[in-house]
Design a protein around this ligand. Structure first.
Ligand code: SF4
Ligand code: SF4
Length: 112
């Protein structure tokens, strides 16, 4: 199994998760992060740290799309292990439905 980052990370990107991951397996896109499924050791410490409740174990079910997104973009985006400031308007998008369809960007973020 692995943990995956899901819809509510998009445009929130608070980054509390990256500080606690013992194996630094988060990767940064322009407006969300993903977890590398082959690097995640399933420790679960990041899940409660996410203020947007966007991190889920893939065993939750119904997360196939997100597993695919995490796997694909972890290979394309740069690694991130140090917390940066969240976007100024992050709160405004917290909890909005269907963010992937509306806002997902395949562009990479800056990484560390
Ligand atoms: S803490 Fe949650 S919302 Fe923030 S970057 Fe990590 S997964 Fe995304
Ligand atoms: S479950 Fe552990 S290893 Fe996997 S992303 Fe979260 S903190 Fe990192």
């Amino acid at each position: 199994m692995t943990y995956v980052v899901t819809d509510n990370c998009i445009k929130c990107k608070y980054m509390d998760c990256v500080e606690v991951c013992p194996v630094d397996c988060f990767y940064e896109g322009e407006n969300m992060l993903v977890i590398h499924p082959d690097e995640c050791i399933d420790c679960g410490v990041c899940e409660p740290e996410c203020p947007a409740d966007a991190i889920k174990p893939d065993t939750d079910g119904g997360l196939d799309k997100w597993l695919q997104v995490n796997a694909e973009y972890a290979d394309k985006w740069p690694n991130i292990a140090t917390k940066k400031d969240a976007p100024a308007d992050a709160k405004q998008f917290d909890g909005e439905e269907g963010k992937f369809e509306k806002y997902f960007s395949p562009e990479p973020g800056g990484g560390d």
